[in-house]
Ligand binder design. Sequence first.
Ligand SMILES: *Cc1c(COP(=O)(O)O)cnc(C)c1O
Length: 390
Amino acid sequence: MKARKLLMIPGPIEFEPAILQAMAIPTTSHVAPNFIETFGNSLELMRTVWKAPKGQPFIIAGTGTLAMDMAAANLIEQGDNVLVISSGYFGQRYKDILDRSGANTTLLEAPLGENTPLETIEAALKTKSYKALTLTQVDTSTGILIDPKPIAELAKKYDVLTIVDGVCSVAAEELNQDEWGLDVVLTASQKAVGVPPGLALLMVSEKAMNVWKNRKTAVPNYYADWSNWLPVMQAYEDRRPSYFGTPAVNLVVALETSLKIICKEGMDKRVKRHLDLAKAFRAAITALNLKTLPTTALAANTLTAIYYPEGIDGAAFNAKMNDNDIIIAGGLLPDIKATYFRIGHMGSVSANDLMAVLGALERTLAQLGHAFEIGKGLQTFQTEILKLNP
Ligand SMILES: *Cc1c(COP(=O)(O)O)cnc(C)c1O
């Protein structure tokens, strides 16, 4: 029955059949005319999804971490000051990456379940001259959403580049890269973009490309260096053959398929679908007497982080959910890893998928002796969804 299980972790997610079928085509040459067209289309479609008509897109074989590494390697030079705004595990990862690129980093870690107040960010920006700041739009370890817009306004005021880790948000949360003045917004294929793991995707502003062009020192990492990749991206957009490193041909074919599906739905509608589903799902979770990890913080629309109820063993809970055909993720934040679990709801996720999750969740909780009214989560979800979509 493996094939009937729903993969509801925060990436990789359930992929559309058309996207998986696109992966199965005979692999063509990376300079075949039809593949050049596919690659060029994908770059153009990225601008629509990111709302970045003036951005420079990059499609690189690798994971989200490579995308983070690439932004750091190309924009940061030895001794540059970088402010890391963290709301969980991936903020800490960005600090580690930046430290490795020679940056002088300052970490602003929000208290658990909260966002760092704008005043705290501004106070930090006043203390020294920063080259860049980073933020995680959705930290997948905590399910916390950061609104990049007001932070980008502060960054502009202090002339600081804004780098957004959008691995768990791009193509699902509201994003307006050009209008908000974000310099890099990066992601990976396996989350809300809806393509199997293996592609690092970045969109870079004109301003950031100029900062990179005016570097005093060479980019220390050969594979990450935009000098090698920019001509390839430009060639594909001009529909010319080019080569630096062999692209992940089948993944790029799948990416074009997915970006077309996303653009057909339309970003505004897609964001609203994620918002409605997340809102109804959180209401159902509360109705089941469960607590979510974000307290005063904004809650993400791509996943929900939920504490195990008092007295219920996490491993037993996850195993029972699996027996009930829903695959969920455990905790990720080292200090509290064993106390909570995460459910992803992004990409092509539907109300029906979340009804299946809630059904399994109710059965699991009942089997493990949690006190709640059976059917209350499902009923709350239905009521909320109907309220949002009358
Ligand atoms: C998943 C994730 C990453 C890392 O992506 P990989 O593809 O696993 O390297 C980075 N940041 C965030 C916010 C993520 O959700």
